[in-house]
Design a protein around this ligand. Structure first.
Ligand SMILES: Nc1ncnc2c1ncn2[C@@H]1O[C@H](COP(=O)(O)OP(=O)(O)O)[C@@H](O)[C@H]1O
Ligand SMILES: [Mg+2]
Length: 287
């Protein structure tokens, strides 16, 4: 698609994108972006569960190696949107999509694109941590690699330590690697699931309310971890916790009733939103 529909142009204009030290050269969709790589380039994306439309005409560009928060009231389509980013809907019968969704320039739903390969590059962490109950801590981290046929012990050992370190869990579990994954605390289990996602070396990590079952201390640890992940990974996080979005993200997208209402720098969305619905939501007047 070389020319952009008006809707896309309008929303690109409404979403100020910081471009290094020269904010006046804010990117438009027609100008190649030099300073900022785009992880997801999504245009006029709609999605249905059977007859029911859950996402309407979403156009958004999500920057690489930044944290993007998705906020909005329950049922507005946050999880639906997130799941579209790694083709999880393929597993749900009766879903239908329209529009285009590119990940680092490649059409995620294009012909010949293997959904399993997409899910390796785009990892997912869920609300409820879900370590495999019969597996040890180490096996939980390595299960994806083993499924991919990696057998080399030194590679597995190295990846185990690297993934647990990235997930800020290594120091806590390095002497317990053969204990069941489920023997860990809730917060540790969630970091274990993050380590499991990282072990297959994705470039993008999706998180759907990863802290909603955690206490404030475990939540703080995950938020701290998200800050370090951003150096290497693109992170998209759904949260219903507005303080969390404000603290942990660079950009925020506000969804309402299946539509993207506003997208921009997190600071701006929380302090000076351009849309009255965003304002009402971030100031706690509904949701
Ligand atoms: N598997 C499904 N089948 C049918 N409808 C669904 C399914 N998952 C979600 N929905 C509907 O899609 C809409 C968006 O849901 P969801 O993306 O889960 O919202 P959120 O994550 O923002 O709470 C809701 O109306 C919900 O009922
Ligand atoms: Mg949800």
């Amino acid at each position: 698609m070389s020319t952009l529909p008006e809707t896309a142009r309008a929303s690109a204009a409404a979403a100020p994108i910081r471009v290094s030290a020269t904010p006046s050269t804010a990117a438009t969709a027609d100008v190649p972006v030099e300073a900022e790589e785009i992880a997801f380039d999504i245009r006029n994306f709609s999605m249905w569960y059977g007859q029911r439309q859950a996402l309407q005409d979403i156009t958004i560009r999500i920057a690489a190696r930044k944290v993007t928060a998705i906020i909005g009231p329950s049922g507005c389509g946050k999880s639906t949107f997130l799941r579209a980013l790694n083709r999880m809907h393929d597993l749900t019968p009766g879903t239908r999509l329209e529009g285009s969704l590119k990940h680092f320039g490649r059409d995620l739903y294009g012909p010949g694109i293997d959904a399993t390969a997409v899910r390796r590059r785009v990892g997912m962490v869920f609300q409820k941590s879900n370590p495999f109950p019969t597996m040890s801590i180490a096996e939980n981290v390595l299960v994806g690699l083993r499924l991919n046929g990696v057998r080399d012990r030194s590679v597995l050992q190295e990846r185990l330590e690297q993934s647990l370190r990235m997930a800020a869990l290594w120091d806590e579990v390095k002497d317990l690697l053969n204990r069941p994954g489920t023997s860990l605390s809730g917060g540790q289990q969630q970091r274990l699931c993050i380590a499991r996602s990282l072990a297959v070396q994705p470039d993008t990590l999706l998180m759907d309310e990863p802290c909603s079952a955690l206490d404030p201390i475990a939540t703080a640890k995950i938020e701290e971890l998200i800050q370090t992940l951003r150096e290497k990974y693109t992170v998209v996080i759904v949260t219903h916790n507005m303080q969390q979005a404000a603290r942990a993200s660079d950009r925020t997208a506000f969804f309402y009733m299946g539509r993207l209402i506003e997208f921009g720098d997190t600071r701006k969305i929380f302090t000076n939103p351009g849309n009255p619905q965003t304002e009402a939501y971030v100031s706690g007047r509904f949701g």
